[in-house]
Structure formats: structure tokens, C-alpha cells
Design a protein around this ligand. Sequence first.
Ligand SMILES: [Zn+2]
Length: 98
Amino acid sequence: MSIASPLFNCRQATLLVERRADAPLPLPTRLQLWAHLRLCPHCRRYEAQSRFIARYALRAVAPAAVLPAAARERLRLLLGGLAGPPPLAAGGAPPQAD
Ligand SMILES: [Zn+2]
């Protein structure tokens, strides 16, 4: 008979590091993961590298495409004015006129 450890093993901890990036973990799980990360330099390094990769992967994604003004106007006319105001360009600024 084995006694379950209150801390995760490294395989479980790294899996939870990835899951935590997508959705919040339950409080008991977060506490166990926090304790594991405090005690395990390997998983702390994994966590740091995972965050680094995620941050630079987001930067690598091309900004959202913005239609040229003439194309937006044609679509607006085709949709009978139901399209509403033009979308904001990447960064929240209104798109530049073409
Ligand atoms: Zn570990």
C-alpha cells in the first residue's frame, strides 16, 4: 500500500503548469502546485520556459487582418448598412484610410 503524496510529482506538475495557462485551477490544486514549484527547481525552470515560449508565440502571430477601406465600404453596401462601424486595427487604433 502506498501513501499518496500531498505534492505532485514533476510529470503532474508540468502538466498542471500547462493547464493553468488555459484555465484557472481549483484552489487545492493551485496550492499543491505552488508547493511543488517552491521545492522543485526543474519545474520552476519548466514554468519559466513555458511562459517565455507562450509570450513569444503570441508575438509571432500575425496581427488581425484589416480590410482596406474600399472593401469595407463594398461589404457595408452589400449588407445594407448592417455591418456597423469598422473594426479597430491591431492595437486598438482605428484603421488607416487606404
Ligand atoms: Zn518538479
